[in-house]
Write a protein that binds this ligand. Structure first.
Ligand code: SF4
Ligand code: SF4
Ligand code: SF4
Length: 286
């Protein structure tokens, strides 16, 4: 059988200090793993490694101390286990996400579903500069999306319906941004301060707070590391399909237009960001 050429060169294969051994990083979108696959990973780590694993900051698992002569066998075993080799170098690396609507009471979007769809679309694509993608289902931003090359934040706008506001102040109490004040006996929203977290919406005992414009804010060009920088707001989209499409377009742009050796954030500084934005969001409805 002709083997896949270059398993040793995959980004998820990381050289160790002892050159005979390497660490294998896995592909685990949103860090979701059922117990059967966990047991499979444990068995592989016991059989080929040193019986340990390392949990990474990007919600994946590394299996250390794999001898280079075992690499092809181990990658086959990982593939069969449903936990294939991941990415690390100039590629789209493991997509991370918070629990989202599946579990978190603050969530505005299904971040895990989005992460899995984005993974299917762009994971592992080779690009001139590493692309990290992080999805948070609300502006609490637990997965630090603003410090990734591509970030997604689920948001929702509150809306006070005309009605008998008692001025009880419950909504103002819940808002951590001090974006609601009680004026002349009724609640008034300061949209400049509102970060669209949606926390206030369920707080009103009289059900006067509604919501509009549930959306995903997509940011680009963030980074962490030696010189952290926050990503810039690119576009707000209302559907999961649109979010996947925009992320796919950004990755395609990076593949074609970015160059190696410099972080994406620096490259965006040199380019006309508004032109980049226009290129990415053009014809979104098509
Ligand atoms: S980012 Fe928001 S929705 Fe996600 S886990 Fe944190 S608080 Fe919950
Ligand atoms: S959406 Fe969040 S920030 Fe905006 S008013 Fe409500 S609680 Fe405050
Ligand atoms: S919680 Fe409802 S009734 Fe109370 S101040 Fe806010 S909008 Fe008015």
């Amino acid at each position: 059988m002709i083997r896949e050429y270059g398993v040793h060169l995959k980004g998820g294969i990381i050289a160790q200090r002892d050159a005979d051994y390497c660490t294998i990083r896995l592909r685990l979108p949103a860090g979701i793993l059922d117990t059967a696959r966990m047991l499979g990973i444990a068995k592989i780590a016991d059989t080929y490694g040193s019986g340990t694993v390392h949990l990474t900051t990007r919600q994946t698992i590394e299996i250390p101390d794999i001898h280079h002569l075992d690499l092809e066998e181990v990658t086959d075993a990982l593939q069969a286990n449903g936990t294939p080799v991941g990415a690390e170098t100039d590629e789209v690396v493991n997509i991370i996400a918070c629990p989202g609507t599946a579990r978190c009471k603050y969530a505005n979007i299904d971040s895990i579903s989005l992460a899995q769809r984005v993974d299917e679309k762009v994971f592992g694509k080779q690009v001139p500069v590493k692309v990290r993608i992080s999805i948070s289902a609300c502006p609490y931003a637990c997965t630090s999306p603003l410090f990734n090359e591509i970030g997604v934040i689920g948001r929702i706008e509150p809306l006070r319906e005309p009605g008998l506001c008692t001025g009880c102040g419950t909504c103002a109490e819940y808002c951590k941004e001090c974006a609601i004040i009680i004026k002349n006996g009724v609640s008034v929203l300061d949209s400049e301060k509102c970060i669209m977290c949606g926390v206030c919406i369920h707080s009103c005992p009289f059900d006067l707070l509604k919501s509009k414009h549930l959306h995903s804010l997509i940011t680009v060009g963030g980074r962490r590391g030696r010189h952290p920088q926050m990503g810039r707001e690119l576009v707000a989209v209302e559907t999961e399909d649109e979010a996947v499409e925009i992320i796919d377009r950004i990755v395609a742009w990076v593949r074609r237009r970015a160059w190696s050796g410099r972080l994406l954030a620096d490259q965006l500084d040199d380019l006309q960001f508004e032109q980049f934005k226009a290129d990415i969001i053009s014809d979104l409805e098509k």
